[in-house]
Write a protein of this length. Structure first.
Length: 297
């Protein structure tokens, strides 16, 4: 198979490049950052154009791992977040429709589309009530994928990723803990610590992508991508602190961070039926992440 990974220098994108290259597939990359690699397309940060890659090649799979993935940024820069997470997705779909209509297109959505669900675990047909512009924009991108499948026959699917983590990630909970633990003896986090998330280690996430490529009908549907079980922020933070810097004190300030949900745990029946079996527990994944963090020093 021949792959195009858009956002190839980012957290998920770079892991996809490594994984599918090591599998022996032909992998092309596209990113806003410069690269000397031969199989690479430079994408402009503004007024981006994705046509060239699809004009010049016929890809079997395109994975879009580009865009903004920061709730706070979407409140500060809603227009830019919309461009990155909606407009660019539409541009990619048009390029595929015009030049490479047989290509399977995978776009990364987010669990943020759900907001604060009333019923757990969260199934894919749960009501979507986002708490942030980011969540709304990811939901709009999903609708685009459904539209381009329904009206133009493209092969599309969205991945609603929950709390992914692993080497290379420089944002969200564990990166925040790392930065605070390096500078302070007391590590303070928002909330009460009783909020819950559904963490998935990056190696497991990439294996899910492979399963979806092989087994999804690509009919514009969305899949929950998570690792289970439901874990409190306090539990996850304690695992990290114990592994990284056990002498540090962990406290929660009780303040609610705008756009953050209370409780998340996903129903992952869809990917389990495809054959997904989790490889990394939270403890194992954090150990590998901490090893990477210590190499940064």
């Amino acid at each position: 198979m021949k792959f195009l990974i858009i956002g190839s220098s980012g957290f998920i994108g770079s892991h996809c490049v490594d994984y599918f290259s090591n599998k022996g597939f032909e992998v092309w990359e596209a990113d806003v950052n410069e690269s000397q690699k031969e199989k690479f397309y430079k994408i402009e940060r503004h007024n981006s154009d994705f046509s060239a890659a699809f004009k010049e090649n016929q890809f079997d799979v395109c994975i879009n791992a580009s865009g903004s993935a920061h709730v706070g940024f979407s409140f500060e820069n809603p227009s830019q977040d919309f461009e990155l997470n909606v407009v660019n997705v539409q541009k990619i779909l048009v390029a595929i429709r015009d030049y490479n209509s047989s290509c399977k297109f995978i776009n990364f959505s987010s669990a943020a589309v759900y907001g604060n669900p009333k019923i757990l675990p969260i199934v894919e047909n749960s009501n979507c009530k986002p708490l942030s512009p980011y969540g709304f924009h990811k939901l709009q991108s999903e609708l685009l994928l459904t539209e381009y499948h329904k009206f133009f026959g493209l092969y599309t699917c969205s991945l609603r990723v929950f709390s992914a983590y692993g080497p290379g990630l420089k944002k969200q909970l564990f990166w925040d803990l790392y930065q605070k633990a390096v500078e302070n003896n007391e590590v303070s986090l928002f909330g009460t610590g009783n909020e819950t998330r559904d963490f998935i280690y990056i190696d497991d996430l990439v294996k899910i992508i492979e399963l979806i490529i092989d087994k999804s009908p690509f009919t514009g549907s969305a899949y929950n991508v998570a690792g289970n079980p439901e874990t409190t922020i306090a539990e996850a933070a304690k695992v990290f602190i114990k592994e990284f810097s056990p002498q540090k004190k962990l406290v929660f300030n009780g303040e609610v961070k705008v756009g953050d949900p209370n409780n998340w745990v996903a129903d992952i029946t869809g990917i389990i039926e495809m054959g997904f079996q989790k490889t990394f527990s939270l403890e194992e994944g954090i150990k590998k992440y901490v090893l990477w963090l210590k190499e940064l020093k």
